[in-house]
Unconditional design. Structure first.
Length: 310
């Protein structure tokens, strides 16, 4: 890893994020932590915190990106240093590309990555993981994606496989954790809470590469809306970089006292959050993310076929 930290995450609620001209200062639950601003590339703010405007100014002047996420990891927005705007020529290439072709490629890559992960997961379990016919359904979905005409149809098949994937993964985890499928906010079980932290870190890391290559993060192909392109790129990477580590952590490390269920929300302990951050820093392959983004840029500029990594 380079001397410059790829990302720095502030998670949970109630932290005060301040700074001097040279240091980032995090005050949370009576503890104060300091980090050199020139060692940070991207600040990820997940949940509800107080961020001083002077700190925003210091970070942006140092070339640091700032991404904001809901507590469940849903991206809200991103601040980038002045001058790092998407050049119109690259945005034009994104707008003019054959969207259907790229959406199919991303959907196929996402399905293949999850299929590959499930097969590896089944090999590591003592009991059969897939019910009769499920593997055939996934393979059929993969085969039919390239023949679908409308983007809505491609997204429907992609969602079908994604929903099946999480339901199958749930069978490998202890029932007492309460994980049955991927849910949105508020997170009501520890596994979904851990996935949200990992996905937020993956999203923030990919955002740096996307903006660094002068791509517009909001011009998605398979995904729509804010950050759609980032979601396209990270979707095939989630299984290997985030889901695997979360499953191992949930099986081997997580204890009942490590999280609290209250008012329909699951809150992870600060100790677990910090431990997870360390786990994800090891599992997130920054070089591979950069390579994927570079492949997309090369494809846009050369009008050549695009390959999805996973």
């Amino acid at each position: 890893m380079s001397s410059k930290i790829p990302w720095f995450l502030v998670n949970g609620f109630g932290a005060h994020i301040k700074s001097t001209h040279k240091k980032l200062v995090i005050l949370q639950k009576g503890e104060s932590r300091e980090y050199p601003i020139d060692s940070i590339r991207h600040l990820l703010v997940v949940g509800g915190h107080t961020l001083h405007t002077s700190t925003v100014n210091h970070l942006l002047r140092q070339g640091v990106y700032i991404s904001f996420f809901e507590a469940d990891g849903t991206p809200v927005g991103i601040l980038r240093p002045y001058g790092n705007n998407t050049p119109s020529v690259v945005r034009g290439l994104q707008m003019d590309l054959p969207r259907h072709k790229y959406a199919v490629t991303f959907a196929e890559g996402s399905i293949r990555s999850r299929l590959f992960f499930l097969q590896k997961l089944e090999e590591s379990t003592k009991e059969p993981l897939l019910y009769e016919g499920e593997l055939q359904v996934i393979h059929k979905a993969l085969d039919e994606v390239e023949y679908l005409i409308k983007l809505d149809e491609i997204r429907r098949v992609h969602r079908l496989v994604t929903d099946m994937y999480y339901e199958i993964v749930a069978r490998t985890l202890p029932p007492e954790l309460g994980f049955k499928r991927r849910t949105m906010r508020p997170q009501q079980d520890a596994v979904n809470a851990m996935l949200s932290i990992g996905y937020a870190m993956l999203y923030g890391t990919c955002s740096v590469s996307v903006l660094g290559c002068h791509l517009d993060p909001d011009i998605g192909l398979l995904h729509e809306g804010q950050g759609g392109l980032v979601q396209d790129i990270i979707d095939p990477l989630k299984a290997g970089m985030i889901d695997g580590p979360v499953i191992r952590f949930a099986r081997d490390v997580l204890q009942p006292e490590d999280y609290e269920l209250s008012a329909g929300r699951c809150l992870l302990s600060d100790e677990v959050v910090q431990e997870l951050i360390g786990v994800f820093k090891k599992s997130l392959n920054i070089d591979r993310i950069d390579q994927q983004v570079s492949l997309l840029v090369d494809s846009l500029e050369a009008r050549q076929d695009f390959k999805v990594l996973y």
